[in-house]
Ligand binder design. Sequence first.
Ligand code: PHE
Length: 460
Amino acid sequence: MPLESARPLWASRLGFILAAAGSAVGLGNIWKFPYIAGQNGGGAFVLVYLACIVVVGLPIMMAELMIGRHTRRDAVGAFRQLAGRRSPWLAAGWVSIAAAFLILSYYSVVAGWTLDYVLLSLTGSFTGQSAPAIEALFASLIGSGGRQIAWHLLFMLLCLGIVVGGVQKGIERWSKILMPVLFFLLALLFVNGLLSRGAWEGFVFLFRPDFHRLTWGAVLEAMGHAFFTLSLGMAAMITYGSYLKRSEDLLSASLRVVLLDTVIALMAGLAIFSIVFSVGMTPAGGPGLVFKTIPVVFSQLAGGPFLAIVFFLLLAFAALTSAISLLEAQVAYLIDERGWGRRQATCTLAALAFVVGIPTALSYNLLADWQLIGERSFFDSADLVASNYLLPLSGLLIAIYVGWFWSGTEEKEELIAGGAGWVYPLWHLLIRFVSPLAVAIVLLFKVRETGLFSWLLSFF
Ligand code: PHE
């Protein structure tokens, strides 16, 4: 089939691993993981999170890569090919592409904040300032729609510039540059954290399990985060898997990606907690941890101005490699299913995501009074819908389809092709029973907790 041979593939295995790890390692690892671990009592939460990564995250990641590689299609096309043109399973593809679209729109705004903070650190804005003055910098950023929109635009253009280059010359090439730099920056921060006075305290905080503080809510949060951090349920891994050579061992490739993602989250957590403790502050700072607490900490540390640059560059790079996977997942749909050219598809989707991101950038200023779902701003509503409903929903559909409806022979072929046939029985057990059950529970609780039903009922 000419279409098949024209479709791009990763040039090397390392290229795939870096690109997929680039997708997985994002704001979730460096921003969200440390603060939810902080809020939920550290050690015990980390243990539950690790368990979720292994029993839920890894099997679903393998499933997504298998679907992509087997069909060599985007997420919607993959289900069309597997289940048939009119099959209800197409919903799994649609939901995941919708999630990618929505997430990209607001992810880019938050990534824009990190760019703003790179500039603030480069110009030494935190140096010699009082804590309230530094915290006020964040308020002034989110208070300004124009400034956020400008950064959001710049970030979207960066994504566009990479994705338009294609799989090998754009995504793979840039992942091979950005990921090593990211790792180097993180290593700098990590070593600095280890050498600081707060290192032991940070270590104890992150790793000593305190099961009294572990609530059911925390378990759900851990499970949801395992999903988000591995970029599951949003078409990214299906799409990246579709560029993977048949001879690759899917198990070892997924293991590497998962391991990199986890190690980076733990290193970021340790680095952050150590330096926060070293100046006698507390880490449970909620979402403000990164944009308020951390700059205050840097302003009090020797070498702080330099570390601040390192830290915010690290965040920006992590966000960039994640955002390109979200864009690519949608671009692949237009190319594979609608026959668009890459340039046209990338420009259109980046422009759309930019426009839809604008109300997010205005959520704390112009549109501060506009409440969409429950008493949530546009930003919080988009995040609620995407990460609490769409991701688990598509993950659930994928797990059920793969576990119960996909032909076992094709699944086995996918695993055997790269030499991981032996893991089939274990993987199949997890994807059939454990993963869907776990994801279904998360989804039900999220729906109940966030009041989706009462919101829907309020229309009647
Ligand atoms: N995994 C990324 C993170 O941890 C977020 C992301 C979600 C990236 C979806 C791509 C797709 O921040």
